[in-house]
Ligand binder design. Structure first.
Ligand code: XIL
Length: 397
């Protein structure tokens, strides 16, 4: 990194060690601060004391096919905003099977290690994602023609190794991801574990995760479960059954991949509440709000307003449910969003423009947090210091 940049980073870092006795929002904002980095002008500062505001940390997956360097390891501004704005981070791809376990006898921990270390340096918690899924599995696993006994021990070893490595450092694990079809039946064809080993393997995955890290909160996570529907109801039925067998399940998470072309799931709060009523924690783990957009054009004011209202209503739904304490956006900058890659003709789904300036949806989140927490709070406030790009990791990207 250039010296000038390092100096700039050091100056930014000093903004985070301001004494906690600073006057509240209005006065704090009198000082000119770079957007997104002022201590009292970030999402994590605005959030109520017991609520974590998170983001996915870009890397792996679609990023590897894009014409830019690894954002987390190479984009210093990305790291600054990541540290300043969020009190929770989720590896976007870096803990998925294909990334972290690329060969049967080989794990690739460097990048997940770096995320966990970054989080610790910046007073952030980590959501682990994910251990049991039908997607982004390595070819050696999907095409290995393993016997049932082999597959079972492969899964057990993976969960024990990955969860064990980060034991005590992960707040919540998405143990099982997307195990149901939209009609509420289990994914018995495309999920290798359920197909080969039967539904009982779900309980084992949770048991092994709990053994490896007794403190981590263990979650189910899915898309299309924001509303009360066949899929979310399948979880309402499954989780108490598992618990009755003595399996520790702590939470249910809705991903929240929304689109302005569909209506907002107006019963989201009621849906989260039925899981809260079961004694579970809930979370919003991957929200983004995409829109139809022609290449090279900008969203209209109307589109941006609609997007803001979706972000706001989803956050309100979570804030209104007692044990919904974790709200994560799936990336914070349109430059790195997965949406245009996966949904053709759609994009602009995050809360910041490519130059890191804030979109109306950012301000919708910020004002909604401040409404729930007038004056802001510093419980999960800004980081004590700002780490530069870790050279060891950066050089590998
Ligand atoms: C996506 C990532 O954002 C992409 O980088 C990757 O190429 C594909 O997966 N549900 C999930 C996430 O649980 O893991 C997915 O993330 C988005 C949908």
């Amino acid at each position: 990194m250039k010296v000038a940049k390092l100096v700039a980073a050091a100056v930014m870092a000093s903004a985070f060690v301001l004494p906690t006795a600073l006057p509240a929002v209005a006065a704090g904002n009198d000082k000119p601060q770079p957007p997104g980095l002022a201590k009292q002008d970030t999402l994590r500062w605005a959030a109520p004391k017991n609520v974590r505001i998170g983001t996915a940390v870009a890397g792996g997956g679609h990023h590897e096919t894009m014409p830019y360097a690894n954002p987390f390891t190479s984009d210093q501004q990305y790291r600054e905003v990541l540290a300043a704005e969020f009190s929770s981070v989720s590896p976007e791809n870096q803990a998925k099977w294909e990334f972290i376990h690329p060969q049967r006898d080989q794990y690739r921990f460097a990048e997940m290690d770096a995320i966990v270390e970054f989080a610790q340096q910046n007073g952030q918690v980590v959501r682990g994602h994910t251990l049991f899924w039908h997607s982004q599995n390595p070819a050696w696993l999907e095409q290995g023609n393993f016997s049932k006994d082999e597959l079972r021990s492969i899964l057990k070893d993976h969960i024990t190794t990955v969860v064990g490595r980060y034991a005590g450092k992960i707040q919540q694990w998405d143990v099982a991801n997307e195990i149901f079809n939209d009609n509420g039946t289990l994914r018995t064809t495309d999920n290798i574990w359920i197909r080969e080993l039967g539904p009982e393997i779900i309980a084992d995955a949770f048991r092994w995760a709990h053994e490896a890290d007794p403190k981590a909160k263990l979650f189910f996570n899915d898309y299309g479960v924001e509303s009360i529907n066949a899929k979310s109801t399948a979880y309402v039925k499954l989780i108490p059954k598992l618990q009755a067998q003595g399996v520790k399940v702590d939470g249910f998470a809705v991903q929240g991949h929304l689109s302005t072309q569909y209506g907002f799931p107006g019963d989201m709060q009621a849906n989260l509440q039925r899981f809260d009523d079961l004694g579970l924690e809930t979370a919003v783990t991957e929200i983004d709000v995409r829109m139809n957009i022609a290449a090279g054009t900008k969203p209209t004011a109307e589109q941006l307003a609609k997007q803001s209202s979706y972000y706001q209503r989803a956050l309100e739904a979570c804030l209104n449910v007692e044990d919904c304490k974790s709200f994560t956006i799936w990336g914070f900058n349109d430059k790195y969003s997965w949406v245009p890659v996966f949904f053709s003709g759609q994009g602009e789904a995050t809360v910041m423009w490519e130059d890191y300036t804030r979109k109306p949806s950012y301000y919708a989140l910020q004002s909604t947090l401040l409404k729930a927490n007038p004056g802001g709070d510093q419980a999960f406030g800004p980081p004590p210091r700002l780490p530069a790009v870790t050279p060891a990791v950066a050089s590998k990207s």
